[in-house]
Design a protein around this ligand. Sequence first.
Ligand SMILES: O=c1ccn([C@@H]2O[C@H](COP(=O)(O)O)[C@@H](O)[C@H]2O)c(=O)[nH]1
Length: 311
Amino acid sequence: MNFADQLVEAVRRKRNPVVVGIDPRPEELPGGFLDRFPGDRAGVAAALKAFGCDVLDVVAPLVPAVKFQSAFYEAYGPEGLAALHATVEHAKSRGAIVLFDGKRNDIGSTAEAYARAYLGKVPIGGAFEPPWHADAITVNPYLGTDGITPFVRVAAREQKGVFVLVRTSNASAREFQDLVADGKPLYRHVAEKLLTWGAGHAGESGYNLVGAVVGATYPQELAELREAMPGILFLVPGYGVQGGTAKDIAPAFDEHGLGAIVNNSRGITFAYERPHLAAQFPGNWQGAVEQAVRDMIQDLAANTSAGRLRD
Ligand SMILES: O=c1ccn([C@@H]2O[C@H](COP(=O)(O)O)[C@@H](O)[C@H]2O)c(=O)[nH]1
């Protein structure tokens, strides 16, 4: 099944468009969590894996997808990457769609290697094996078309997805993305190109396996991009800790509550640090995480057309 159709089906089944971001930071693990593990790098990696799996046990039954931020695992070297791999497997076993946030790209031939690594299969001993079981990957468009098409080709073959950075959520996003060329800001050129990269890859849902990363923190641009890119799924980061609100991202959705999935990482995985949830769930960090997911689902349902998913 086309990746977009898989994602739309999962959003409909879970009746919400929430993506829980797994961005584990050892210093923010629940009190005493780290002490259960040896104090070396392998121990920290084991703690990240245990924490990620515990979070998944709570959130996977509630939301359609999870997003792993590779950086927090890469920080702990090979042991960190092994922890990421094991946690991705756990997410898959729990039925979640897995987004790998690595923002990969390079010249075409190297992009092909990234695409095979994360979305496809590599030759090992006469057979082909998938090294990572991601369902979709984030990619950086800065290198242009030859850096993107290998991802799209492999994704189409393997029924996977690609999310291209179009308008990022960070404070410096304007620095390059707003530079005007041929009368339009750069991010609008990327949006136009994205439509050509996705040509021929729409699923039965009408959405495309090539999606766009569009930050919640630039609501005007988000609304413009929705107009410019019908049929493109938006992966929306920046809700919550970065300041984006449900009202800001309402235009990203179509009238059926589809068309966008909304990520929240720190606001959910470290929910037990928020005073009202700490008070409501003393000594029960997973309870706080679950409540944070339910609150976000409710917020999106009340303030965007995602509420129609409940009809
Ligand atoms: O434009 C972008 C692209 C990616 N991200 C990533 O999403 C999460 C956001 O984390 P929060 O804790 O919900 O702020 C993180 O992994 C970023 O690397 C983004 O924020 N903006």
